[in-house]
Design a protein around this ligand. Structure first.
Ligand code: BES
Ligand code: MN
Ligand code: ZN
Length: 497
């Protein structure tokens, strides 16, 4: 169940349990000031009491919360937005998340929204912070407020409402992707994935969905997907979802999204360690994200045609599993030597990217929890961005920053092309031990994308968090989903109008 977020005017406050107001602190200033407008609504002085701030160490840092003492009927929470000046978009999101977490369970929580604040980020931050995955708990984990009320002047409220609706639609899509990621692999095999996605997308205006079973996958010559699936008793699936904007007369841009959907990555015969396997239900994050993105395109009035391909299989070491040294033929006719069966993501993506390239779209973007090397290079907060088109990469990076999903651009140096040279086939599925592992993976992908501008997001690190932080809840994050949605919503071009 998602958190209701509603826009109200100051006299519509009623009996709220908690009121939140935003504050900023100038550099070297230890008395943060409340944002204009907040003081009136919450009945507070403009500047915060220095003694209070000093006592609680409140410097209005982003995500910091100060509880004001006093015997008033509701609690007042002061929410840090960082130093004075226009806050970054993600500061609003994180402050709204901190508000929801600090407000705790039950009652209405009213947030005083200053003029010009981005309603979509506030709604997104609030709704995402309230996300819980309780499907397997006998007792639900501690909950959130019953409602969040965004308090704004009548003129601001009119502008805020559609923005809030967009934020909630994005948050709902992210929550769907998180649910898929957090579901244990034995309850989400490739067939389950396809069924749940098809159900979720069913009936959405402009959206179509098709599930490819084994015989279709064979007929389509998806050698990479079939090769990985050989070790599992579970059959693979491709889910192909499309979104067509209303009134499309064939002139709008077409973007193809491809997601890695390994519902469990044991490593196959190149078996992972027990520790390495523990979180590998997460390995279908890319597939969950591209499907979730399609689900929200209508609500966000995305002006772009979207095709999303989820390449879904388990990677298991069953009796017929692919063996190190085996060679298979991929969809586009190239041959790949499988030297490490744990480098399976690039094999299923090779076929997905070939399918994408055949559509000759305006852009291809793949999303994958692809390499442990990505985690080593960039850690758990930043995704790796590769690709063939500088303008596409720059735009994704820009949108990712605003979404709070930072991406770092990585190179595809021609000098490393021979890292994936095979002794007997066109290429092998791994690079050199301990050297540029995420580049080697991306390099292999680059051979399947054809002429379309292409970007590749390796989100192995940020795909999950061990502890709740900001608007992320423990477990799957669906990192990248909001970046893609914003990229599409703004026309999928380098220079949005
Ligand atoms: N799914 C993993 C990558 C991964 C690792 C994601 C850690 C999230 C956290 C991927 O399939 C994999 O196992 N990659 C190997 C490739 C190697 C064998 C060339 C890796 O990175 O170790
Ligand atoms: Mn693997
Ligand atoms: Zn994997």
């Amino acid at each position: 169940m998602s958190l209701p977020v509603e826009v109200v005017e100051p006299d519509g406050l009623g009996a709220v349990a908690t009121v939140g107001v935003f504050a900023q602190g100038g550099p070297g200033d230890d008395t943060p000031a409340l944002l204009r407008g907040a003081a009136d609504v919450a009945g507070l002085p403009d500047a915060l009491d220095p003694a209070l701030c000093a006592r609680d160490g409140f410097r209005a840092k982003v995500g910091q919360v100060l509880r004001l003492p006093g015997d008033i009927s509701h609690r007042v929470l002061v929410l840090g937005l960082g130093p004075s000046g226009p806050p970054r978009e993600d500061a609003w999101r994180r402050a709204a998340a901190a508000f929801v977490r600090a407000a705790g369970e039950g009652g209405d929580a009213a947030l005083v929204v200053p003029e010009g604040a981005p309603g979509s980020a506030l709604a997104e931050g609030a709704a995402l912070a309230a996300y819980r995955f309780d499907a397997y708990r006998t007792k639900p984990s501690p909950g959130s407020p019953d409602r969040v009320l965004l308090v704004a002047s009548p003129s601001a409220a009119a502008e805020l409402r559609p923005a809030v609706a967009r934020g909630l639609a994005a948050a709902e899509a992210v929550s769907f992707a998180r649910d898929l990621v957090n579901t244990p692999a034995s309850d989400l095999n490739p067939t389950d994935f396809a069924t749940r996605v098809a159900e979720y997308l069913d009936g959405r205006p402009g959206v179509g969905v098709e599930v490819w079973d084994e015989s279709r996958i064979e007929a389509e010559r998806l050698g990479g997907l079939r090769t990985v699936a050989r070790g599992s008793v579970q059959p693979p699936r491709v889910v192909r979802a499309t979104y067509t904007p209303t009134g499309d007369r064939g002139s709008v841009p077409h973007v193809v999204l491809v997601g890695k959907g390994i519902t469990f990555d044991s490593g196959g015969l190149s078996l992972k360690t027990a520790d390495g396997m523990m979180t590998m239900k997460t390995d279908m994050t890319g597939a969950a994200i591209v499907m979730a993105v399609v689900s929200a395109c209508g609500a966000l009035e995305v002006p772009v045609k979207v095709t999303a391909l989820a390449m879904v299989t388990e990677n298991m070491p069953g009796p017929d599993a692919v063996k190190p040294g085996d060679v298979f033929r991929a969809r586009n006719g190239s041959t790949i030597e499988v030297l490490n069966t744990d480098a399976e993501g690039r094999l299923v993506l090779a076929d997905g990217l070939s399918l994408a390239a055949e559509l000759e779209p305006d852009a291809i973007i793949d999303v994958a929890t692809l390499t442990g090397a990505q985690v080593v290079a960039l850690g758990r907060s930043i995704g790796a961005l590769f690709g063939s088109d500088q303008r596409l990469k720059d735009r994704l990076q820009e949108v990712g920053d605003a979404a709070g999903e930072p991406l770092w651009q990585m190179p595809l140096p021609e000098e490393y092309a021979d890292h994936i040279d095979s002794e007997i086939a066109d290429m092998k599925n791994m690079g050199r031990a301990g050297e540029a592992g995420s580049i080697a993976a991306a390099m292999l992908l680059s051979r399947f994308v054809g002429e379309s501008p292409w970007a590749h997001l390796d989100i192995a690190g940020p795909s999950r968090v061990a502890e709740p932080s900001g608007y992320l809840s423990k477990g799957g994050t669906a990192f990248g989903a909001r970046t893609l949605l914003e990229f599409l919503r703004t026309g999928a071009t380098a220079d949005p109008a």
